[in-house]
Structure formats: C-alpha cells, structure tokens
Design a protein around this ligand. Structure first.
Ligand SMILES: NC(=O)c1ccc[n+]([C@@H]2O[C@H](COP(=O)([O-])OP(=O)(O)OC[C@H]3O[C@@H](n4cnc5c(N)ncnc54)[C@H](OP(=O)(O)O)[C@@H]3O)[C@@H](O)[C@H]2O)c1
Length: 347
C-alpha cells in the first residue's frame, strides 16, 4: 500500500461484534488511516473504545470530512445514513442487506468480482450476506472451470450472525438449562440451546422462504453475474457461537471430478482445503473462528448425479463473512484510486 495515502475513516456500528473485528482488522492489516472515528447509536455515544476514541453519534455535523465509512449497524441505519455519508464525500462500504440488490450498488467479494467496484455510482459498495460470502469464495473457481447450473444449500448458522443478542441468548439458555432452570426465549422463535431451528432470518408475509434464504439465492446470482443459476436454500440456526457451516450440492454444467475440484480449490485465493475425512480432517466452526479463510472439505461426487459434487464449507461469519471482506474492499478501493476521488468530488 502506498505510504503517502492516509484516509479519514468512519466505522459505524463500532461497538458491535462486526464493528469490533473491523477496528482490529484495520489496524492488523495496516490500512492507511490517519484517523479512525467510531460511531454507534445514541446509547453508546460519548463512551470510549480503548485505543480508538470516543464514540460519536450520527449527525449532519459529525459525518463530515471522511474518505471512507464502513457500516455495520443494521439496515435502517444504513438506509438513512449511508447516502448522507456518500453525499458528504465518503465511499461507503455497507455490511447490511439494505443496498445489496440495488442496481447502482456493486455487491463485492474481494476474491470473486473486484472489478464491480468501478460501478459504485451511488458512492456505496455492499458487502454480501455472510452465508453467501463464504459460499461464493469456494464456488468461484468451480464456476470458472465448469459453470454452475444448480445449487442445493443447507446452512448451519451460528448465533453470532444475529448480533451480540444472539450470543447472549444461546449462552444464557445453556446456562439456565444446565442449572435446572427454564430457558427464556427472546431473540429466536424457539429455544436455540440444544436445538436446531429451520428458521434463520425471518418470514415476510406470504413468503415460504426466510429473508436469509432469499439473500443466499439472489446475492449468489448477482455476485457471480449469472441469473440463470438455480438455487435451493434452507437456512438453519444452530447452537454454535461463531462460524457458519454449509452443506452445498453443486451441479456444474460440465463434469468435474472431486480431484479436479480439490485442485482448483487448493489454488484459489482465500480458500483452504481440509479434506481427509477418514483421519477426521474436515472444516469445523470452532477451528475457523478467528481466521480469514474459507475452509472446504468433504469434497465428493454426488452418487445420484455425475455432474454434481457435494462440499462442506465453513468460515468465521464475523471475519470473512463480514469484517474481513469489508476491509479487503477498502483496500481494493485504495489500490484502485477510488477513495480520494470521492471526497474531492464532493468538495
Ligand atoms: N454478525 C454477522 O455474522 C454479520 C455478518 C454480515 C453482516 N452483518 C451485519 O452487520 C451489522 C451488525 O452486526 P453485528 O453482529 O455487529 O450486530 P451487533 O453486535 O448487535 O452490533 C450492532 C451495532 O450497530 C449499532 N447501532 C444499532 N442501532 C444504531 C443506530 N440507530 N445508529 C447507529 N448505530 C446503531 C450498535 O450500537 P450500540 O452499541 O450503541 O447499540 C452496534 O455498534 C448488521 O447489519 C448485520 O446484518 C452481520
């Protein structure tokens, strides 16, 4: 990264799980920021994040003078404040689902479609949904080699995907049940401790898929730039604190052997293959935690379809599924010269 660049960066949602990882990653990866300003809701404004600074509230005054704003504060905050940051000259990288399917907003995975960054006509770039993100990193090399006709996906999603409140709910219920008390249900429709809920996300009236399943379907097509891919998705919340797992059946357009797939995946950026199941080697959420890669294993032929493979894909949803990709997008914006331009345009 060039040493002379130095940006003023806003992190919106800095007190949250994703925001916390984002702050750490900006530092760890040496992003050239001359100042990082944390923002959160009025509840936390005025508190101090050690080593970063005093949390700011969102207002017309506080959002001025930024080159980059990274949002992880939910869809309604992004809906209201991302365009305002963009109007004030920042490029926004948004983690919420608010802007992902907007035609004027690129939906970018750094290893898959970085070229889409040039189409950020609104000054906003969207970071995909966590389950979609890890899946497309693994699918991209297979797609390039053999095309993809159909995907059948079942997710096993961690409670950290629901925010801090999801983690508190699982740990609170597990503690209560192990101590002979009743589990209080607040965040999910049913008890999550010692259970599996075929209900990750929410059901819109009249829709038999959750919004999480719709995201997986629609975002996969947008990122791979191929609306013809058929996707069947079932998103399940499981009592895992952090790290999403996915069983993915991939029907390619031309046949691909498990060995060919293993070789393509081993050479792909951001992917680590862990595939020696007889020796107990396969990706697991507890081992993916705190790491940036997408882990793929259990690579095998679907016995019922000579053009289909089965994969098991695992990643840390707070890192590659959210914060890591957002920071990688910021790095790409910097290396493509797309950051400074924005503030100059607004000036
Ligand atoms: N968790 C994941 O795996 C994941 C993956 C991809 C994307 N995302 C997205 O990232 C976002 C945050 O997720 P999270 O897991 O970090 O949630 P979280 O731990 O609940 O944190 C939420 C953050 O948003 C802030 N916030 C809430 N309402 C706000 C408002 N009105 N104005 C300004 N800030 C506000 C909170 O500030 P206070 O502390 O002041 O309340 C907090 O900093 C969501 O949009 C989520 O969809 C999450």
């Amino acid at each position: 990264m060039s040493a002379d660049a130095s940006y003023r960066v806003a992190v919106v949602g800095a007190t949250g799980q994703v925001g916390g990882v984002m702050l750490a990653l900006l530092r760890e990866r040496g992003f050239p920021a001359r100042e990082i300003v944390p923002f959160a809701s009025a509840r936390s404004a005025g508190t101090t994040i050690e080593g970063v600074g005093v949390v700011q509230p969102l207002s017309d005054e506080t959002i001025q003078g930024f080159d980059l704003a990274i949002f992880s504060a939910g869809g309604s905050t992004s809906g209201e404040w991302a365009p305002r940051f963009a109007d004030a000259g920042a490029i926004v990288v948004d983690n919420s689902s608010k802007w992902r399917m907007d035609d004027d907003v690129p939906l970018v995975v750094s290893e898959v479609n970085p070229e889409a960054l040039d189409d950020a006509r609104k000054g906003i770039v969207a970071n995909p949904n966590c389950s979609t993100m890890q899946m497309v990193v693994a699918l991209k090399p297979l797609y390039d080699a053999a095309g993809i006709e159909r995907l059948v996906v079942s997710t096993y999603q961690a409670v950290s995907g629901t925010g801090k409140k999801g983690v508190d709910e699982l740990l609170g219920q597990a503690h209560a049940l192990l101590h002979g008390q009743d589990a209080e249900v607040g965040v999910y429709a049913h008890q999550i401790a010692f259970n599996a809920l075929p209900h990750a996300g929410s059901f819109a009236p009249g829709d038999d898929h959750t919004d999480e399943e719709r995201k997986l379907i629609n975002e996969t097509r947008k990122i791979l730039g191929d609306p013809s891919i058929r996707v069947s998705a079932t998103c399940v919340r499981v009592p895992v604190v952090n790290g999403h797992s996915e069983a993915v059946n991939v029907e390619t357009r031309t046949p691909l052997s498990p060995d060919e797939a293993r070789e393509l995946l081993a050479a792909a950026p951001g992917v680590t293959v862990l595939d020696d199941p007889g020796a107990g080697v396969y990706p697991m959420a507890i081992e993916a935690e705190g790491r940036d890669d997408v882990f793929v294993g259990r690579i095998r032929r679907d016995p019922g379809n000579e053009r289909a493979l089965d994969l098991w894909i695992v990643s840390d949803n707070l890192r590659k599924g959210a914060a890591t990709n957002a920071v990688q997008i910021a790095e790409l914006l910097h290396s493509r010269g797309l950051l400074r331009g924005a503030r100059a345009r607004a000036a």
